[in-house]
Design a protein around this ligand. Structure first.
Ligand code: CTP
Ligand code: CA
Length: 241
């Protein structure tokens, strides 16, 4: 694997990766968050850089040291992540949305700390939807392609999905529907029935593509899985100009 992992098959490619999990403030000291560690996104950034890419990482609340040679922009909320991703996607050949972006945020953020026993003691937290960033970059790409913009014409968009099976279908059925709904080229699917993936070094994913392709990557360390994900993306890139 060593020699292949170092093949500079991403040389000259501008890669944008979002990683981590957004946090949506409730009051000045509290937030709604999620369990994403950011480690799969970190691994994708490390491997892409090792394979020659020019990598930008949009990192939501990840404390790990930033990967060597990777430009890293730190964000907190879904809205901050959205602004950074939209800006950086304008010049990216590949965008990988590995971040766990909040679907909802508190509709009203308290200006002062919520106190026990105060008049404003909350019985519940009202939520509103955040913007779907991936859907937005798919729409931006579509518009760019209509203008024959070269970046958008060649751009490859990769989503992540953590899914569980339920009465309506198994993990891959849900994932296939999500790939179509999102309009991405590639969807990396984690089976989280049982919650076993979060924060762990080992992972196992299935890579789905827009043409109906489905490849279960061998379970392994996140770096090995990242290499497998890049192997699925590289053939989709246009010949270097
Ligand atoms: N995503 C995003 N912006 C959001 C929510 C999700 O860009 N506000 C991206 C994630 O980074 C991921 C993909 O969309 O790459 C799929 O996320 P997921 O949570 O699985 O999909 P949702 O459309 O939010 O559906 P669900 O209701 O199952 O959470
Ligand atoms: Ca979601």
């Amino acid at each position: 694997r060593g020699a292949r992992a170092l093949a500079p098959d991403l040389a000259g490619r501008r890669v944008l990766i979002s990683a981590g999990g957004t946090r949506e403030p409730v009051d000045p000291v509290r937030f709604l968050g999620n369990r994403s560690s950011g480690r799969q996104g970190w691994a994708l950034a490390r491997v892409a850089a090792a394979r020659g890419a020019d990598v930008t990482l949009v990192a939501a609340n990840v404390e790990d040291p930033v990967p060597f040679g990777v430009r890293t922009l730190h964000v907190g909320t879904a809205e901050e992540l959205r602004t950074a991703v939209l800006t950086e996607a304008a010049t990216a050949d590949v965008v990988v949305m590995a971040a766990a972006v909040a679907d909802f945020r508190p509709a009203d953020v308290a200006a002062a700390k919520l106190k026990k026993g105060s008049a404003g003691e909350p019985g519940s937290i009202g939520l509103e939807r955040t913007t779907d960033v991936l859907a937005e970059i798919v729409a931006v790409r579509r518009a760019g392609r209509e203008q024959a913009d070269p970046v958008h014409t060649g751009q490859v968009l990769v989503g992540f999905a953590a899914e569980t099976g339920d009465a309506e279908g198994d993990v891959l059925t849900h994932a296939r529907a999500k790939l179509a709904r999102k309009g991405v080229d590639v969807l990396v699917v984690n089976d989280v029935s049982g919650g076993q993936v979060f924060g762990r070094g080992d992972t196992s994913v299935t890579v789905l593509d827009a043409e109906g392709g489905e490849a279960a990557l061998p379970p392994g360390r996140k770096d090995a899985v990242a290499a497998g994900i890049w192997d699925a993306v590289v053939p989709r890139l246009a010949a270097p100009s």
